[in-house]
Design a protein around this ligand. Sequence first.
Ligand code: SF4
Ligand code: SF4
Length: 231
Amino acid sequence: MDIKVNSKSYKIKKAVTTLLEALTYIQENIEPTLAFDYGCKSGVCGACSIRVNGKEQLACSYTPADGDTIEPIRYAKQRRDLLVDKSIAKSLIAKTKATIHSYKEEVLGVADEKKSEVQSNCILCSSCYSACPVVEVKPNFLGPYALTKTYKYTIDKREGEPKEHIDAIQSSGIWDCTLCNECTLACPQGIDPKSDIVNLRNLSASYGYMDPNFSNMGFSGGFGFDPNGGF
Ligand code: SF4
Ligand code: SF4
């Protein structure tokens, strides 16, 4: 089987079941300096996120095929080969202030826990961020995982100040999303950031916020951020 890593072809002369095994084969037998990241090897830690044929995958879960083209995830500084700096996750979560702001004692029932159960499964792999077309044209966009995390805390009954979360995502946040769904398709954990962003827009409206791109709607039939409208 031949695969390309950053445009360079490698022949894998061994049966492999995961892309991570193929990369390890290259490192052990062909290119000892090939740099890539991994951790748990079982789809839990998110360290090995990567792009295969232009789509985000976890290297430890993806079964490679002959002719696959492998690249690092996008919008993270490339350190070497497939290794990227994912520290932007920390700064985006800090910007959205996606943690409990003011804790209040509340008993959570099963239904309450279910509400944000799926968002709690985020492994910060950055696949959704890499897949998002808005980040390409607007690098300061808060992006899908940070907004999904914000939604999780906004609907948490133990959060005494939910409006603070809503306030933090008005600028370069929810209204800039095109609702293209690429983030949802890219997520290996079944999280649906697009729907969470729609829910955050509805919550924002209940706090008196309006879509600042409202004037772009109606004429184009679009919804929200107009990528042709300039910034
Ligand atoms: S739905 Fe929004 S956040 Fe998700 S990829 Fe599209 S533009 Fe980005
Ligand atoms: S929302 Fe999904 S794709 Fe995005 S960082 Fe979390 S686990 Fe990865």
